[in-house]
Design a binder for this molecule. Structure first.
Ligand SMILES: [Fe+2]
Length: 392
C-alpha cells in the first residue's frame, strides 16, 4: 500500500485556461466570475510588459486602479497600501499579472481586507520540532484573476509568503485566495527573459519534488507532480535554446501550474523552508534560491525517501532498471544537477551573491518555517546550517 497512513485531498474552485492568445478573451472570462471593478497588481517590470499591456487593453474600464510597483519578496507595507487602495476604489476583485510577488500580494491583500487586524495576525507558525499552527481564515475573500508571466506557480496555490520588517517570511494558507481564474498564455510571455523561466522553472520543479516526498503527499498530488516533472524537464531546455518558442513556453507554464496544484495539497518541505529565508533575508530571488538548493535538499532526504526520489528519476527520464532504491535516488539528484547545468542556472549561494555571514541567522529562521514540518525527515538547526554551507 503506497499511502498506509491515509491521506486528504482538497480540490479548489479554480478555472485554468491555457491557450496561445487566451488573454484576448479575458473580459468574457472576468464577467463569468462576476467582477466589475478590478485592481491590477503587478511588479515594476511586469507592469510595463506585454501581458499587462494586453490585460489593460482587453479589460478596459473593468480596471479601476493599479498597483504596479510590487517588489520581489513583497512586504507587509506593500500589502497594506494595496488593501487601502482597494478600499478607496471599492474594488470587487484583483487581477494579478506577473510572477509570485504579484500573486502573493493580491492574496495577502484579500486576506487583510476580509479578516481585518494586522496581516501578521493571520500567519501560520511552526514550533519545532513538530507542532504546526495553521490559522483558520473564514471570512469571504475578494476573487482573484491571475495572469502568470513566470513559472512561480504562486497563482495556483492557497499558500503565500510576505516579508515582515525583520526580513522573516510570514506564511499564510487560505483556500479562499486561490485565484478563481488562471490564464496561461505562453504568447503573452515572449518579452520575459528565458533565464527567468529557467530559474523560476527550477522552483516549479522543486514543488513537484517536494510534493512527492512530503509527509502529506497523496495519490492525486503524486500523479500531478510526476506529470509536472515531465513537462518541465522537456520544456525548460527548449525555452533556453529557443526563447521565441511559444509552444515550449506554454508547456513550461503547464508544468509550473501542475507544480502549484501539487503543493496545494502536498505542501513543500525543507527545501522551501530554507529558500524562504534565502529570499526574504538573503535577498536572492525565489527562483535563484530554488535553482541552487534543490539537489542539497534531495540529498538530505535521500535516506528516508529513496523510493520517492526513484519516481522522480524515472519522470526525469533516467533508466533506473536494476538499480537499488538508493542508487535510483542518486540518479534523481544527478538528473537535477544535469538540468541545472543544461539550462544555465546559478549553482552556488556564494556565486549568487549571498553574504556568508548570514548563514547562522538563515538556519535559525528556517527552523520556524512550516516547510520543516512537512518534510519527511526532521532537521536540526545544525543540519540546516550544514546544508547552507554545502550550498554556499
Ligand atoms: Fe516555490
Amino acid at each position: 500500500m503506497n499511502f498506509p497512513e491515509g491521506f486528504q485531498f482538497q480540490s479548489s474552485q479554480c478555472r485554468i485556461v491555457s491557450r496561445p492568445g487566451a488573454l484576448d478573451d479575458l473580459t468574457a472570462e472576468a464577467e463569468s466570475i462576476g467582477v466589475k471593478r478590478l485592481m491590477l497588481i503587478s511588479g515594476t517590470r511586469s507592469g510595463a510588459g506585454s501581458a499587462s499591456r494586453q490585460t489593460r487593453a482587453v479589460l478596459g474600464k473593468l480596471i479601476v486602479c493599479e498597483s504596479t510597483g510590487v517588489p520581489q519578496h513583497s512586504g507587509v507595507a506593500t500589502v497594506q497600501a494595496i488593501a487601502q487602495m482597494a478600499r478607496d476604489h471599492q474594488v470587487d476583485g484583483f487581477v494579478a499579472v506577473g510572477g509570485g510577488s504579484a500573486s502573493d500580494s493580491a492574496k495577502a491583500a484579500a486576506i487583510l481586507l476580509a479578516e481585518g487586524g494586522r496581516l501578521a495576525d493571520h500567519s501560520n507558525v511552526f514550533y519545532p520540532p513538530d507542532r504546526y499552527v495553521q490559522k483558520v481564515l473564514k471570512a469571504a475573500k475578494l476573487p482573484i484573476i491571475a495572469v502568470p508571466t513566470t513559472l512561480s506557480a504562486a497563482e495556483v496555490t492557497p499558500g503565500l509568503g510576505i516579508r515582515d520588517e525583520h526580513g522573516h517570511k510570514l506564511v499564510f494558507w487560505d483556500t479562499q485566495v486561490v485565484p478563481r481564474l488562471i490564464v496561461l498564455d505562453g504568447r503573452a510571455t515572449m518579452d520575459v527573459p528565458a533565464s527567468l523561466f529557467a530559474t523560476t522553472g527550477m522552483n516549479a520543479l522543486a514543488h513537484c519534488v517536494e510534493g512527492i516526498y512530503s509527509r502529506v503527499r497523496n495519490p492525486v498530488s503524486e500523479g500531478v507532480a510526476l506529470q509536472g516533472i515531465r513537462y518541465l524537464c522537456k520544456a525548460l531546455p527548449r525555452v533556453v535554446d529557443q526563447p521565441g518558442d511559444e509552444t515550449a513556453r506554454a508547456d513550461a507554464m503547464v508544468g509550473a501550474c501542475l507544480s502549484g496544484l501539487t503543493i496545494s495539497n502536498a505542501r513543500v518541505g525543507i527545501h522551501h523552508g530554507i529558500c524562504h529565508g534565502l529570499g526574504s533575508l538573503g535577498g536572492l530571488s525565489h527562483g535563484v534560491a530554488n535553482s541552487i538548493f534543490l539537489p542539497h535538499a534531495m540529498r538530505f532526504n535521500r535516506e528516508v525517501a529513496a523510493d520517492k526520489l526513484a519516481l522522480i528519476a524515472q519522470a526525469m527520464g533516467a533508466d533506473t532498471r536494476g538499480l537499488s532504491p538508493q542508487a535510483a535516488a542518486d540518479a534523481a539528484i544527478t538528473a537535477v544537477e544535469l538540468l541545472q547545468r543544461r539550462i544555465g542556472v546559478p549553482l552556488t549561494l556564494g556565486g549568487a551573491g549571498l553574504d556568508h555571514a548570514l548563514l547562522p541567522r538563515l538556519a535559525e529562521g528556517a527552523m520556524s518555517d512550516r516547510g520543516l514540518f512537512f518534510n519527511p525527515r526532521l532537521a536540526s538547526q545544525t543540519e540546516v546550517q550544514a546544508l547552507l554551507e554545502a550550498a554556499f
